[in-house]
Each structure stands twice: as C-alpha cells, then as structure tokens.
Design a protein around this ligand. Structure first.
Ligand SMILES: NC(=O)C1=CN([C@@H]2O[C@H](COP(=O)(O)OP(=O)(O)OC[C@H]3O[C@@H](n4cnc5c(N)ncnc54)[C@H](O)[C@@H]3O)[C@@H](O)[C@H]2O)C=CC1
Ligand SMILES: CC(C)=CCC[C@@H](C)[C@H]1CC[C@H]2C3=C(CC[C@]12C)[C@@]1(C)CCC(=O)C[C@@H]1CC3
Length: 345
C-alpha cells in the first residue's frame, strides 16, 4: 500500500491566484517561505516557486492535482462584480465553492481560508463601524453580493474540528493597490469621459478602502492562527485599513495624484439614486433592442453616497491583526504604479 505523505504546512494552494488579490497573496507567501500551487481559469504570470494549474474551480477533477500534498488552501476566485451575470455568480461562487470544499476534504486539506467581502452585510444604507455580528443582508445590493453571502455560509459551516478541517472567512472592503483592474481604472475612465465632476450627497460619508497588502496580511495571519484550539475557527473577520476616509476624499486624492481634477459640484443623493434606478430599469426594458451599461448604477451610487466602514477589532483581538501599510502610503504607492493612467499619458 502506498504511504500517504503528510502535507507540508508550508505547502499551500491559491485558488484565484492569477487575480489582483491572489497574485499579491502568492508573492507574500513565497517571501514567507511557502511553496505555492496556483489554480485559476487563466494564467496571468509566471514566477519561480509557483506551479500553475489552469482550470475551472467547478470541476473537482481539475482541482485535485493542485491540492495534492497541500495542507492550506486560500480561495480567492470569483467572477468580477462588474460582469453582472447572475448565472455565472451562482455557478462559480455557490456550486464552485461547494466543489472546492469537497475537493479539499477529498485531498485531506486541513485549512481553508475564504476571501469573502464586507458587503455581505451591506444593504445600501449606512453602516458605521460595523462588527461581524451584523446580520447578513436580507436585500443584498447585487447578485454578486447575494452569492458571496451563500459562499461564506457554506465555507464557515464546513468547519469541522473533529474531522480536522478548519475554515475561516476574511471580509475585506474596497481593496486597492498596484495592478487592481477595477477601482483606479474605472475611476480614470470615468474622469476621462468628463463624468467625475460631481460629489453625490454632502461628501461626508466615510468608507473603508483597504490597501491590498493589508488584505494579504489578514489572510496569512488567519491561516497561521487556524488551529483546533483557536477562536477563529468557522468565523468571519473584517480586514480593513482601520482608517475610514471620506469616499470623495479618497477619489479626489487618487484623481489629483494622477493629474485629474477632483470632483467639485454637489448633487443630492436621492436625486442621483432615483436617476440611476430609472436608467437601470430603462436598460432592462430596452435590453432586447439596445444594450447600454450606465456609469451610475444604483449599486455604485449607494457605494459612493453612504457610510460603510467596519470594525476590525475582532481580527485584532483574535489574531493580532494590525494594518502594515497606512492609507497615505497605500495611495501614494498605488498612484505611482499607474503611470499609463496619468492625465495626458
Ligand atoms: N476587489 C475588491 O475590492 C474586493 C474583492 N473581494 C473578493 O476578493 C477576491 C479576489 O478579488 P480580486 O482579486 O479583486 O478579483 P480578480 O478578478 O482580480 O481575481 C479573481 C480571480 O478568480 C479567477 N476565477 C474566476 N472564475 C474562476 C473559475 N471558475 N475557476 C477558477 N478561477 C476563476 C479569475 O480568473 C481571477 O484570476 C474575490 O473573491 C472577491 O469577491 C472582496 C471584497 C472587495
Ligand atoms: C469601497 C468600495 C466597496 C469600493 C468598491 C470599488 C468600486 C465599486 C468603485 C470603483 C470605482 C468607483 C466609482 C463609482 C462608484 C464605486 C466604484 C465603482 C462612481 C460610479 C460613483 C458615482 C460617480 O460619480 C462616478 C464614480 C466612478 C468611480
């Protein structure tokens, strides 16, 4: 009979390791002496110390080779929220996550760290210093968030100390940093089209934006604290920069840093939200005839015009979390990393 090799605690897999967060996570894991297997539907880079496995996480047979002799798995794959494709979110985030759990159990993985999202409790109205005991959103802001809720529940419920399968969920918020394909590129594109002149509401709403290296730090701390005697088993943790900032100050700092004008003119929140809702309805009604994607979706207006910031006290208490990069430094490093998006470039 073949002897079963005990998975090395320094051998891990990152599902979604070709993405923005996943790649930063892989780089830090390598720095810390881990050997890493990446599983992703696409391969976006090549580095020594990483083995790539290309495939769809909904396919258990494709996943298994990437999990061989691995004791720790990070699951940070998801379709992009902007894809707005309900069936895809359900297939990948729900059925796919069930498959990931089954594959982990079959491959005798001991620890699974999920990248969830703080938006699982956000319903489009103010959240100030929200803690993890807030209930899941009854009316999530979009299909993406709806499936992130189910995904998080599935992973946390799978935690089983008796069987030696431990899980934890990290809930980041507003991740930004070098190579982010979303936040800065969308912002600059909006500015280039002359649509970043307006502040929605009075501009005082506070939001968490989290530098990607802090999110990575939270994931690694969680993985390294995940033991049968630890309080973190089966729980979600907010990971933020712990420096809520006015949404519009953050937008302005990034824009001005890249040479664009900051938004100046105020528009009432209710008016913009109402218009966004109307446009969204129109786009649905007209979909068979014309296809257009409005810049101001109700979801984006809610994100831009309400308070949504979260307490990370629980992560501080249970795993000694403390951000490693300040917001100021994070913004400077991010702005510097996008020379091609500078005004006039
Ligand atoms: N970017 C943000 O502000 C936030 C992100 N998150 C979560 O963080 C995680 C990572 O997000 P990002 O790095 O921003 O996204 P990303 O889009 O850069 O990375 C996601 C990766 O998942 C892969 N993927 C998608 N479907 C797959 C499938 N069927 N099989 C295998 N791989 C697949 C993609 O190819 C991509 O490389 C996601 O779970 C997201 O929900 C949570 C809160 C905020
Ligand atoms: C804090 C958090 C959850 C951030 C998520 C990031 C994105 C959802 C943002 C990236 C660019 C942002 C943006 C807007 C809303 C939120 C984002 C999409 C606006 C559409 C809001 C209304 C405007 O005036 C234009 C903004 C463009 C950029």
């Amino acid at each position: 009979m073949a002897t079963r090799i005990r998975p090395s605690s320094k051998r891990c897999a990152v599902i979604g390791g070709s993405g923005f967060l996943g790649r930063h996570l892989v780089e830090k894991l390598l720095d810390r002496g881990y050997s890493v297997a990446v599983f992703d539907i696409r391969q976006s880079y090549e580095v020594p110390g990483v083995t790539f496995h290309q495939g769809d996480l909904c396919d258990q047979q494709a996943l298994l080779p990437a999990l061989k002799d691995v004791s720790l798995v990070f699951h940070c794959a998801s379709p992009a929220p902007a894809s707005d494709d309900r069936a895809l979110f359900e297939r990948v985030n729900i059925q796919g996550t069930q498959t990931v759990i089954k594959a982990c159990i079959e491959a005798r993985v001991q620890k699974l760290v999920l990248t969830s999202s703080a938006s699982v409790v956000f319903e489009g109205t103010d959240i100030k210093n929200g803690r993890e005991d807030l209930p899941y959103a009854k009316k999530p802001i979009d299909y993406y968030t709806q499936t992130k809720i189910v995904q998080e529940k599935l992973v946390l419920e799978a935690c089983d100390k008796q069987k030696g399968f431990l899980t934890v969920a990290i809930r980041p918020h507003g991740i930004f940093g070098p190579r982010d394909p979303q936040l800065v590129p969308i912002l600059v594109d909006t500015a280039r089209r002359g649509k970043m002149k307006f502040i929605i509401g009075d501009g005082s709403n506070l939001v968490d934006f989290t530098f990607v290296e802090n999110v990575v730090h939270g994931h690694i701390l969680a993985a390294e604290h995940l033991r049968t005697d630890s309080p973190i088993c089966g729980k979600p943790y907010h990971i933020t920069n712990d420096e809520p900032i006015r949404f519009w100050d953050f937008m302005s700092e990034v824009l001005v840093g890249l040479g664009y004008a900051a938004p100046r003119y105020h528009l009432p929140y209710a008016l913009v939200y109402g218009l966004a809702l109307l446009l969204w309805l129109l786009s649905l009604i007209l979909r068979p005839l014309v296809s257009f994607k409005p810049t101001f979706t109700p979801m984006r207006v809610a994100l831009a015009g309400t308070h949504h910031y979260y307490s990370c006290e629980r992560a501080k208490e249970d795993m000694g979390y403390k951000p490693v990069v300040s917001l100021k430094e994070g913004i400077e490093r991010t702005v510097k990393s996008y020379p091609h998006l500078r005004h006039g470039a």
